[in-house]
Design a protein around this ligand. Structure first.
Ligand SMILES: NC(=O)c1ccc[n+]([C@@H]2O[C@H](COP(=O)([O-])OP(=O)(O)OC[C@H]3O[C@@H](n4cnc5c(N)ncnc54)[C@H](OP(=O)(O)O)[C@@H]3O)[C@@H](O)[C@H]2O)c1
Length: 335
């Protein structure tokens, strides 16, 4: 049995789809009935029959803050795909992001050790790799505690430390560090906002460049690693390094838009940042901008995602094909 946390999210739902392809049994954790229903609908859009979904996927309500429910979920589990996390960047979310991601991962690792599970996959992020100062980052890149980082990046870095601690204590594990994950559905959350923005024809683009990959590719990579003998390694999952402008433009095509034209100026973001900061002191507005987020929007990092191809059977789908597939499903985001 495979246990999937965050099964109602972008990555988790794609992991379910990948496991369904090989008829594997899954125990999918969820929190809200509506999100569970939406995930089941999405799996049907992908072509899986309601009968297969019902037969292969068992659902269990469990929050990462509920050790008793998680303990029960581990019964009979052999492999864990830990995809759940709070993905948010607003300073008002910082505390919740740190607690959910670090404590949730520590608890999952403890339970995996206790139940002697065979293998544990953790979905980290390129955010946990550290430096944003240009150049090519790889799996050996060191976290830089001095750099301006988001709380989310800290949470992913410290979650990885929990997984490595588990490995020291005997847990077989793999970590993946995906770039920004593009998806055709679940638009209103996490990186789903990217496709949403492309649809709405944003005028402005931040000048950043970073690594991108699709959710389908992430799920394929994780399941490949989990079926392999590889353990104790982390893998960057990035198909291409591109600017936000290039990605927004590629995703705008199905909506007949040309993509954003105006470069976002840092100066205006700082004015917004300090305006919000002042209003925040008087509790008149919840802040959405942080120094870490501004740094991200103006960074030009590149990521080398080739290690997984060198060490496993996984091969990236050509980027053009991935974008074509995403764009052909553009209106699925309504689901
Ligand atoms: N999206 C990206 O661009 C990206 C890039 C790199 C790495 N990642 C990583 O990929 C993983 C999945 O992210 P995603 O993009 O799939 O995010 P997502 O769509 O927001 O999904 C997050 C999942 O985690 C669940 N979750 C959140 N808090 C929870 C809690 N307290 N207890 C139990 N479940 C909880 C959510 O449940 P509900 O549905 O009930 O809210 C949802 O199923 C995360 O580890 C993230 O850091 C994402």
């Amino acid at each position: 049995m495979n246990l999937i946390t965050g099964a109602t999210g972008i990555v988790g739902s794609h992991v379910l789809a990948e496991l369904l392809k090989t008829n594997q049994k899954c125990l999918a954790l969820y929190r809200k009935e509506t999100r569970k229903q939406r995930t089941q609908n999405y799996l049907q859009l992908l072509g899986f029959s309601p009968e297969l979904i019902e037969q292969q996927i068992h659902w269990k309500a469990a929050d990462l803050f509920d050790p008793a429910a998680l303990e029960q979920a581990f019964e009979g589990v052999k492999r864990v795909f830990h995809c759940a996390a709070r993905v948010a960047f607003a300073p008002s979310e910082d505390q919740a992001v740190l607690e959910t991601n670090i404590k949730g991962t520590a608890l999952m690792v403890d339970l995996a050790l206790k139940h002697k599970i065979e293998k544990f996959a953790f979905v980290s992020s390129i955010a946990a790799l550290g430096s944003l100062d240009g150049g090519m980052l790889n799996e050996k890149s060191q976290w830089n505690p001095e750099a301006t980082q988001t709380a989310y990046a800290w949470s992913k870095y410290l979650s990885e430390m929990e997984v490595w601690r588990g490995q020291e204590e005997g847990l077989d594990c793999v970590i993946v560090n995906p770039g920004i994950i593009l998806t055709d559905a679940f638009w209103r959350r996490s990186s789903g906002a990217f496709t949403q923005r492309a649809k709405k024809q944003n005028s402005f683009y931040p000048p950043a460049q970073t690594g991108f990959v699709t959710a389908t590719e992430v799920a394929r990579a994780i399941t490949t690693l989990m079926s392999s003998k590889i353990q104790g390694e982390r893998f960057i999952l990035v198909t291409v390094n591109k600017t936000y402008k290039e990605i927004f433009t590629a995703l705008a095509a199905p909506w007949g838009h040309q993509g954003p034209r105006k470069r976002l100026q840092k100066f205006w973001l700082w004015i917004f940042y300090y305006g919000e900061y002042l209003l925040g002191i008087f509790k008149l507005k919840k802040r959405v901008l942080s120094k870490g987020l501004i740094a991200n929007l103006f960074s030009t990092a590149s990521y080398d995602g080739s290690k997984i191809e060198q060490m496993s059977d996984f091969r990236y789908t050509p980027w053009g094909e991935s974008i074509q597939l995403l764009n052909s499903r553009a209106n699925w985001g309504k689901s």
